[in-house]
Ligand binder design. Structure first.
Ligand code: URP
Ligand code: ZN
Ligand code: ZN
Ligand code: ZN
Length: 497
C-alpha cells in the first residue's frame, strides 16, 4: 500500500487558490496533490470520495477558553478540554489554542502552565497549544517568559485592560510589552476600559437597571475604541512591539486599527462570529434569555456587523476566532441563573459571566453565510491563525510534504444538509448555543486530523479519541515578517524619545 488515505474529487481551497485535486496522505502528512480523479485507483488503505465538495485545511481556532478558574466573574467553564475539543472537531476545527490562566494570586507563569497541561494532556480530541494568560506580571513572571517562549513553546500571551481579577495598569502593560518584544512573544490585548465600565455599571445599578441588556449599556463602543487606541499607543511607545487586538466589535476601534496598519505599525486584529451574527437586541430578549448572549465586548448593531464583515474582507482583521468561553445558563449551583435571587428578580447583569460557546459553530456559520470569498475564509479561519501563532505550515495549509493532513471535507451540491441549528446537535457540554435556530447550509462532512478521520457526520459522528490530540510547541509568529521588522527597529531605547 502506497498511501494511508486518498481523497478524490474534491475542490481544494487554500488561502491562495481554488482548484480540483486529489490528495494523498501518508504518515499523518499530506504527501501529494494530483490531478482530480488521478488517485481514484491508487493503492491506499482508504479512499474518500469528496463527490465534488470543497476541501479546506482544518480550522485553527486560537481563542478558546476551557477549564479556566472563574476569572471573569463567578461562572465556571462548562466545557473541559475533553468536551470542548470534541465540539471543535465536530465543527471542522483541528487545532485550538487555549489559555493557561495565571490568577493574580499566583506569581509564577510556569506553575499556571503546568496546571493547564495537566488538565489538557490526554484529554484532547484535536491538537492544541496554549497562550499564557498573564494576570500578574510579577518580576518572576516576566523573567519566566524566556523559558515560556523557548522550551515551553508558548509564544503568545494575553493581557486584560478590564475584569477586576485580571486588569493590569498601563505601566504594567509596558513592562509586559518590553519582555514580549525581547522574547518574540505576540501580545494579545483585551481592549475595554475597565475603570470606565465599572463606573458605568455603578451608574446603571444606582438607577435599578439590572437586566441582561444593560450589559451593553455599561460598555458603549467608545470605551472599546479608547482602550484600542491606548493599546496601539503603548505598542508604539515600546518601539512598535507587535500586538493583536482580540475580539473587536466596534467600527470605531476597527478604524483606529486600520489607520495604524496603514501607517505600517505591527497592529493585528481578531474578530468573532458573535460580532457578525448577534446584535444588542439579542441581549434584550424576554426574561433572562439575553444572558445567553452576554460576552465582552457586547454584540453591537447591524451597521457594526457590516463594518466587521468589511474589515474581514479588506484585511483589517487577520483572524476570525470563536472566543469560545461557555457558561451554563441553567446551572442551579453556579451558572448564570445564580444572579437571579429574590433581591434581583431580573438577575444582575454585572454578575453574568462573560462569554459564549462557539468553537463548533465557527466554521459552519461563516462558511454558510457566503459573505467571504472561500480563499479569504480559509485565510482568516486557518492559514493566518497558523502563521500568526507560529504553527505554519504544519497547520493552516495543504502543502505536500509539509502540512499535517488536517482537512475538512464539506458536502457537495445536491447533498448539502439543510440545518436548523439546535443545541442538541452540538458536542460541547454547554446547555445552550446563542445561535439556536439559525439556518446553516453546509457543515463539515468529514474532519481529518493528521490523516485520521475524527468526525464523520453521516457515520458515527465523533469517531476520534480524546487521547489523539497532541500538544503543539509553537515557534515565533511568521506573519508579515513581524519579528524581522522588530529586528530592523532595534531594541527599545528610552533615551530615544
Ligand atoms: O466575554 C468574553 N469574551 N469572555 C471570554 C473572556 C475574554 O475576555 O476573552
Ligand atoms: Zn478578552
Ligand atoms: Zn476570550
Ligand atoms: Zn453527534
Amino acid at each position: 500500500v502506497e498511501y494511508d488515505l486518498v481523497i478524490t474529487n474534491g475542490i481544494c481551497v487554500t488561502a491562495a487558490d481554488i482548484a480540483s485535486y486529489d490528495i494523498a496522505i501518508k504518515d499523518e502528512k499530506i504527501v501529494l496533490l494530483a490531478p482530480s480523479g488521478s488517485l481514484a485507483q491508487a493503492a491506499a488503505r482508504k479512499i474518500i470520495d469528496a463527490e465534488g465538495g470543497y476541501v479546506t485545511p482544518g480550522g485553527v481556532d486560537c481563542h478558546v477558553h476551557l477549564e479556566e478558574p472563574p476569572l471573569f466573574g463567578k461562572g465556571y467553564s462548562s466545557d473541559t478540554y475533553e468536551t470542548g475539543t470534541r465540539s471543535a472537531i465536530a465543527g471542522g476545527c483541528t487545532t485550538i489554542v487555549g489559555f493557561a490562566p495565571q490568577p493574580k494570586t499566583e506569581p509564577s507563569l510556569l506553575k499556571a502552565l503546568k496546571d493547564t497541561h495537566a488538565r489538557a494532556s490526554g484529554n484532547s480530541f484535536c491538537d492544541y497549544g496554549f497562550h499564557m494568560l498573564v494576570g500578574n506580571p510579577s518580576e518572576q513572571a516576566l523573567e519566566e517568559l524566556s523559558t515560556i517562549s523557548g522550551d515551553e513553546g508558548v509564544t503568545s500571551l494575553k493581557i486584560y485592560m478590564t475584569y477586576t481579577a485580571l486588569q493590569i495598569r498601563d505601566d504594567q502593560i509596558l513592562s509586559v510589552l518590553l519582555k514580549a518584544r525581547e522574547n518574540r512573544i505576540l501580545t494579545m490585548i483585551h481592549c475595554e476600559n475597565g475603570d470606565v465600565l465599572n463606573w458605568m455599571t455603578d451608574q446603571l445599578e444606582a438607577k435599578n437597571l439590572f437586566d441582561p441588556k444593560y450589559h451593553s449599556h455599561s460598555r458603549p463602543p467608545i470605551l472599546e475604541a479608547e482602550a484600542t487606541n491606548r493599546a496601539i499607543a503603548l505598542s508604539s511607545l515600546i518601539s512598535h512591539t507587535p500586538i493583536l487586538i482580540v475580539h473587536v466589535s466596534d467600527p470605531g476601534a476597527t478604524l483606529r486599527i486600520r489607520k495604524a496598519q496603514t501607517n505600517g505599525q505591527p497592529i493585528f486584529a481578531e474578530t468573532c462570529p458573535q460580532y457578525l451574527f448577534l446584535t444588542r437586541d439579542d441581549l434584550a430578549a424576554p426574561g433572562f434569555e439575553g444572558a445567553k448572549c452576554v460576552c465582552s465586548p457586547p454584540p453591537r448593531d447591524k451597521e457594526s456587523q457590516e463594518a466587521i464583515w468589511t474589515g474581514l474582507r479588506n484585511g483589517t482583521f487577520t483572524v476570525l476566532s470563536s472566543d469560545h468561553c461557555p457558561f451554563n445558563y441553567d446551572d442551579a449551583e453556579r451558572g448564570k441563573k445564580t444572579c437571579i435571587t429574590p433581591e434581583y428578580p431580573v438577575g444582575r447583569f454585572k454578575q453574568i459571566p462573560n462569554g459564549i460557546p462557539g468553537v463548533e459553530t465557527r466554521l459552519p456559520l461563516v462558511f454558510s453565510a457566503g459573505r467571504l470569498a472561500l480563499t479569504k475564509f480559509v485565510e482568516v479561519m486557518s492559514t493566518n491563525p497558523a502563521k500568526l501563532y507560529g504553527l505554519y505550515p504544519k497547520k493552516g495549509s495543504l502543502i505536500p510534504g509539509v502540512s499535517d493532513a488536517d482537512i475538512v471535507i464539506w458536502y457537495p451540491e445536491g447533498k448539502k444538509p439543510n440545518i436548523t441549528l439546535t443545541n442538541e446537535m452540538l458536542h460541547h457540554a454547554n446547555d445552550y448555543t446563542p445561535f439556536e435556530g439559525r439556518k446553516i447550509g453546509n457543515w463539515p462532512r468529514y474532519t481529518l486530523l493528521r490523516g485520521k478521520v475524527v468526525w464523520d457526520r453521516d457515520n458515527g459522528g465523533v469517531v476520534g479519541e480524546k487521547s489523539y490530540g497532541q500538544f503543539l510547541k509553537r515557534g515565533a509568529s511568521t506573519l508579515d515578517r513581524i519579528w524581522e521588522t522588530v529586528e530592523e527597529q532595534g531594541p527599545f531605547d528610552v533615551a530615544s524619545f
